[in-house]
Design a protein around this ligand. Structure first.
Ligand code: PAF
Length: 278
């Protein structure tokens, strides 16, 4: 992969990269479309398919993560992807690896607090992929807003010559954010999963209707009401609901337009995350 990337650089070709864990859906296709636009018809679009074992906190979640490589390859071909990089775990990790990339501020709240070690694992694999693919541009989804923010920070801190582009979340007709994990949602679980988007819309409406934002006390009450709303669904269990500043990712004291809401909710055994600007 790296030798190929060096050849592209010698030829002066622009490389756009979309790192994924496979199980591609329309959300990924929109990232690929964006990647193509950014590098142009003459450029090279690379997609990686790698279910990174180190970033799963739960072994069962890793084991049941969908991995339909044939379908993914077909989707990539149809979407005009030039190269698909599918390394094995043994190729990506040596037995004696002892280096990790850790970020110490933006990685602490929300997903970082709920999933210890997750972001170091993500930054390490993304950093390795960047060193192999050597892209000019890399495209990530806004659905993983904290991840995308951390990657932007890593690229700045470690001087990667890569432009990070964050593309909007794609939603199903009923508002559910597209995710490979949605394939685990069968029957009523799928219907219950709509509640995440309804919750975001409720929060947004409440903030917009308030004059000058919702201060600490009100925010505590709002979070409580949103939790109750979500947990009206019989299989829903809220992990967190947070109102936060888009730049620092820290919880806000007063929620107002331009801040963000993020939530992580188990629907049955499937943990879903979503976020949006208020
Ligand atoms: O967002 C994902 O699919 C993964 O976290 C990533 C960025 C491909 C790293 O494994």
């Amino acid at each position: 992969m790296q030798s190929l990337a060096k050849c592209w650089a010698k030829e002066g070709l622009r490389v756009s990269f979309v790192p994924t864990m496979g199980a591609l859906h329309a959300g990924h296709l929109s990232l690929i479309g964006r990647a193509r636009k950014l590098c142009g018809a003459q450029g090279i679009v690379v997609v990686s398919l790698f279910v990174n074992p180190t970033q799963f906190n739960d072994l069962r979640d890793f084991q049941k993560y969908p991995n339909p490589v044939k379908d993914d390859l077909r989707m990539c071909a149809d979407a005009g992807v030039d190269y698909v990089f599918i390394p094995t775990v043994a190729e990506m990790y040596g037995e004696k690896d002892s280096t990790q990339v850790t970020e110490n501020r933006l990685s602490l709240p929300m997903e970082g607090a709920s999933r210890p070690g997750h972001f170091s694992a993500v930054l390490t694999i993304v950093s390795k992929l960047f060193n192999l693919v050597r892209p000019d541009i890399a495209v990530f989804g806004e659905k993983d807003f904290q991840q995308a923010t951390l990657i932007q920070q890593m690229v700045r801190d470690l001087n990667y010559p890569i432009r990070i582009v964050v593309a909007p979340t794609l939603r199903e007709v009923d508002g559910l954010a597209m995710s490979s994990r949605n394939t685990h949602l069968h029957g009523s679980l799928r219907t219950q999963a709509r509640s995440l988007w309804h919750c975001i819309k409720k929060a947004r409406q409440t903030v917009h209707q308030s004059s000058g934002g919702i201060p600490t006390e009100g925010l505590r009450g709002l979070k409580h009401r949103l939790k109750l709303f979500l947990e009206q669904q019989k299989d829903a269990r809220v992990d967190y609901i947070e109102f936060f500043d888009e730049v620092t990712l820290l919880p806000v004291r007063k929620a107002q337009r331009g801040d963000r809401i993020a939530l992580a909710v188990f629907i049955g055994k499937t943990r879903l995350i979503d976020n949006a600007r208020l």
